[in-house]
Design a protein around this ligand. Structure first.
Ligand code: HEC
Length: 99
């Protein structure tokens, strides 16, 4: 709600008046390997679409444990996966590798 719903909507289908793409059911959030998704949440997305503002990164404002929870929430709620077990340690590793 605080960090994501302003662009993506509470239900993941994006705000009606924003030109953001829906993130519901994306293959990128259903992958077994979650590093790319964690990277998008930590560092933002440049954007394949011509949207403004672009997705910001959250690694400065949101703790690794919270990013892990958000990642798991996105995968289960919008990805339709039965479960997701990204940990704070996974997030810390991705942030180290990608920054
Ligand atoms: C300022 C608007 C904005 C905010 C805030 C925002 N996003 Fe995004 N997000 C975008 C845009 C724009 C894209 C599309 C990037 C593209 O074109 O692939 C995107 C893409 C995504 C994707 C798809 C990435 C992919 O690789 O396919 C996911 C998942 C996502 N956002 C999750 C989140 C989460 C979780 C949060 C909150 C922690 C968040 N977003 C906050 C704008 C936003």
């Amino acid at each position: 709600m605080t960090h994501c719903a302003s662009c993506h909507g509470v239900d993941g289908y994006a705000q009606p008046d924003a030109r953001y793409a829906s993130i519901v059911g994306l293959s990128s959030i259903r992958r077994v390997k979650t590093d790319a998704l964690v990277g998008v949440i930590a560092f933002g997305a440049k954007g394949a679409f011509n949207t403004a503002p672009k997705m910001p990164g959250f690694s400065k404002d949101v703790s690794p444990a919270q990013i892990a929870s958000i990642t798991n929430y996105v995968r289960v709620t919008f990805g339709g996966l039965p479960n997701s077990d990204v940990s704070a340690a996974d997030v810390t590793r991705v942030i180290k590798e990608k920054s």
